[in-house]
Design a protein around this ligand. Sequence first.
Ligand SMILES: Cc1cc2nc3c(=O)[nH]c(=O)nc-3n(C[C@H](O)[C@H](O)[C@H](O)COP(=O)(O)OP(=O)(O)OC[C@H]3O[C@@H](n4cnc5c(N)ncnc54)[C@H](O)[C@@H]3O)c2cc1C
Length: 286
Amino acid sequence: MKAPAFDYVSVDSVSEAIAMRAAHGEDAIYLAGGHSVVPSLTLRLQAPSILIDISKIAELSGVELIDGWLRIGAMTRHVEVLKHPLIAKHAPLLAAAAPYVAHPAIRNRGTIGGSVALADPASEFPAMMLAIRAELEVVGPEGVRRIAADDFFQDIYETAMAPGEILRSILVPPLKEGTVFAFDELARRRGDYALVGAGLQLVVKEGVVKAADIALFSVGHTPTRARNAQAAVMGKQLDADAIAAAQSALSDDLDLSDEPQMPASIKLHLARVLLGRLLGKLGELT
Ligand SMILES: Cc1cc2nc3c(=O)[nH]c(=O)nc-3n(C[C@H](O)[C@H](O)[C@H](O)COP(=O)(O)OP(=O)(O)OC[C@H]3O[C@@H](n4cnc5c(N)ncnc54)[C@H](O)[C@@H]3O)c2cc1C
C-alpha cells in the first residue's frame, strides 16, 4: 500500500516545530527517524495532512555530561546509543539494550526520542527509561518540563506529553557506586519484537542489594516496573532463595491477559525464566 498524500516541512528549531504543530493541530505529526511513522502511513493506520520533520533541529541532538547527569538528545540514533562512549560509561544498560532494537538498517535511522515518545510497550528503550530512572525533558507552548520515567508512560502509545509537546532530551542520573546491570529478551528471531524482555540495574554493596530497578517490556499496556520483584531482592544477597522470591513476586507485578499467540500463563513463565537468568548473572558478578 502507498501512504495517503501529505505535505512535508523541515524545521530548524523546536519553537518553529511547536508553532507549526499549533497551526495545523492534530492533522500534523512530528517526524524523527520515520521508522514507526512511515510504516504507519503506508499501512494507512494514520493519515496526517502534514509531517513536521524535526530531525535537523540542533537542540535535539548531542550526548553530553551536565552536572554529572548524562543528557541524550532525542534525535540520537539507535546506532549511536549502541556505540557512544559516554552512553557506554554513564548509561550502560541502554548500550546493552541497543543491539536488540530491530536490525542495523532501522538502528541507523530510528531515534531514541522517537522510540520513547511513541511508547510502544514492546520496545526496549521505553522500559529501560524506568530501569535507569531517567527523566524526560519535554518542550511545549508553555515551556520546558521534566517528567520522571515512572510518570511518563500512561497506556499503549500514550505518554504524559501534551499534544504538540516535543521530547527534547533524555536525562540520566549519575550511576551510584556498586551499580551492576543486565539486559536480555526472548524473541522468536533475533531482531523481532520481544515476547518478553527485561533490564535490571541494581546497586550491590558487599554482596547485598541496596537498590533495585527492574523493568520489563512486552508484558502489558506500558513498560512495567516490577515493584514486588524489586522488593523481594532488596537487602538480600542474590542467592537462589532471593531469586526464587523475585520470580514468584512477578505474578503481582504483571497484569497479563491471554493473547492470540500466547496464554498469560506462558508469558508469566517466560518472564520468570528471564528474570531468574538475569538475577543469576548479577549474582555471579557480585
Ligand atoms: C521492521 C521494524 C522492526 C522494528 N523493530 C523494533 C524493535 O525490535 N524494537 C523497537 O524498540 N523498535 C523497533 N522498531 C521501531 C523503530 O525502533 C523506530 O525507529 C522507533 O520506535 C521510532 O523512532 P523513530 O525515530 O523512527 O520515530 P518516528 O517514526 O519518526 O516517530 C515515532 C512517533 O514518535 C513521535 N516523535 C518522534 N520523535 C519525537 C520527539 N522528539 N518528540 C515528540 N514526538 C516525537 C512521532 O510523531 C511519531 O508519533 C522497528 C521498526 C521497524 C520498521
